[in-house]
Design a protein around this ligand. Structure first.
Ligand code: SAH
Ligand code: SF4
Ligand code: F3S
Length: 437
């Protein structure tokens, strides 16, 4: 009988795709996927280190896994992903897990699993310069078979001073363009209607083979060319790198969705400088203006950090005014969390008190909620094409699906089914959903 593996995934979309890669590798070691923790022979968490609260949650899960192991001797408890990379031995020595594997070492899982014994936990946190898992076909874990994640690169070469990712994921490397196109064709043939190309900074994607050089714009072109009814999305774009060529390529192809996630982090040029983002407020606003000039209906979303080291009230006001000026559709908003080992942690003081960080964060959230409602309201009366994802979570009598600009739409089913396109008219909205007929 096959053994069963259960994996909980935390963190970004790249981690979701990594879990799919892990299931594929585990299949070679005789494990099949289960969604029931109780029936598993191997339980793992694919972890995230981006903020302290992300790690705190996982310490709690490890306790739960240990309880399970007490009741089921022989159960293997594994920690993989960014926290495995960052905390290595602490997980083995203090927290007594059986298996610790970093983001570039998943190919060694079968060997490590073989070697695990009652007193011999296993670890591999080697960071690679060239691993992209290009030849591995991920075991899809999405529920509807409509939208698939495809990683196009790994790691990150930017060293934003607050960020732990370069340390947990290693250097940036791009994946073979042909293998990306092959994977996209493969999911399309399996009935998928949407692919999301993933990387920490997709704009710096670069693949060279022989005489051919493929940039991110070139890759978009190739993937968009697979089929007119295969939607293409991507994340994340970096404001310093998003090129006119990418913007024009998006505009040229109807099936490249008109949505850009463009994390700004702060509206203050002084903050951006010490965050080492390598752009300033003016540069960011110019990129937004260019996007809107070429694609007036493009959805625009962002990430914002409140209370980074030395942030003054004026810096904070600059963030609020930038958000007011741009009018994002929505945003991920965070209080700054000091991460051990980062440049900020080593050389700057985390000097904005916690309650002040939270006060600023709340102001940012309130402003964004107001802006989101404005942006969604502006859609009322429009007709948009949606890719139907399935029944709406709130009201199973209704269907839901995203517009090209990534806004979620709900509408009456009327005999239509998931995985098809339909045109709907926006009649009402909340700050996160378009209500349509
Ligand atoms: N590669 C992407 C972001 C990846 S991390 C980019 O460059 O934009 C996702 C988001 O987490 C970041 O955009 C940032 O807003 C947030 N983040 C990263 N480190 C953080 C920290 N130490 N404290 C709070 N938020 C952080
Ligand atoms: Fe982190 Fe900056 Fe790389 Fe994004 S670009 S992953 S924020 S270091
Ligand atoms: Fe978290 Fe690692 Fe992604 S730190 S955000 S899981 S790259």
């Amino acid at each position: 009988m096959k053994k069963k593996a259960y994996i909980e995934t935390y963190g970004c979309q790249m981690n979701v795709n990594d879990t799919e890669v892990i299931f594929s590798i585990l299949a070679d070691a005789g494990y099949e996927r289960t969604e029931k923790m109780e029936e598993a022979d191997l339980v793992m968490a694919n972890t995230c280190s981006i903020r302290d609260n992300a790690e705190q949650r996982i310490w709690g899960r490890i306790e739960v896994f240990h309880q399970l192991r007490k009741a089921k001797p022989g159960l293997i408890v594994g920690i993989v992903g960014c926290m495995a990379e960052r905390l290595k031995d602490k997980l083995l020595d203090t927290h007594k897990v059986d298996l610790v594997v970093g983001p570039d070492a998943y190919r060694s899982l079968p060997r490590l699993l073989d070697a695990i014994g009652p007193d011999s936990p296993q670890i591999d946190v080697f960071l690679s310069r060239d691993e992209t898992y290009a030849d591995i076909t991920p075991v899809r874990t999405d529920r509807n078979g409509i939208s698939a994640f495809i990683s196009i690169m790994r790691g990150c070469n930017n060293v934003c001073s607050y960020c732990v990712v370069p340390y947990t994921r290693g250097a940036e490397r791009s994946r073979d363009a042909a293998s990306i196109v092959r994977e996209a064709c493969d999911v399309y043939q399996k009935g998928y209607k949407e692919v999301t190309l993933l990387g920490q900074n997709v704009d710096s994607y670069l693949w060279k083979s022989g005489t051919e050089t493929v940039t991110f714009a070139g890759l978009l072109e190739k993937v968009a060319g697979i089929a007119p009814d295969l939607r293409v999305r991507f994340a994340t774009s970096h404001p310093k790198d998003i090129s006119d060529e990418v913007i024009y390529t998006m505009a040229r192809h109807k099936n490249i969705c008109k949505h850009i996630h463009l994390p700004v982090q702060s509206g203050s040029s002084r903050m951006l400088e010490i965050m080492r983002r390598k752009y300033d407020r003016e540069w960011y606003l110019e990129r937004v203006a260019k996007i809107r000039e070429v694609m007036p209906d493009c959805g625009l979303t962002t990430d914002v950090i409140a209370g980074f080291c030395t942030e003054t009230l004026q810096d904070h006001e600059d963030t609020l005014s930038l958000m007011e000026t741009v009018g994002f559709d929505w945003a991920f908003m965070f209080a700054y969390s000091d991460r051990p080992g980062t440049l900020a942690n080593r050389t700057m003081k985390d000097d904005v008190p916690a309650d002040e960080k939270n006060r600023r964060l709340n102001e940012i959230i309130q402003l964004q909620n107001r802006k989101s409602l404005e942006r969604y309201r502006a859609q009322i009366g429009r007709k948009v094409e949606v890719l139907i994802e399935g029944p709406s979570k709130r009201d199973p009598g209704m269907l839901c699906g995203r517009a090209s600009n990534n806004m979620m739409c709900v509408f009456p089913a009327q005999g239509r089914s998931a995985g098809t396109y339909t045109e709907v008219e926006v009649t009402d909205c909340t700050s996160a959903t378009l209500i349509c007929k």
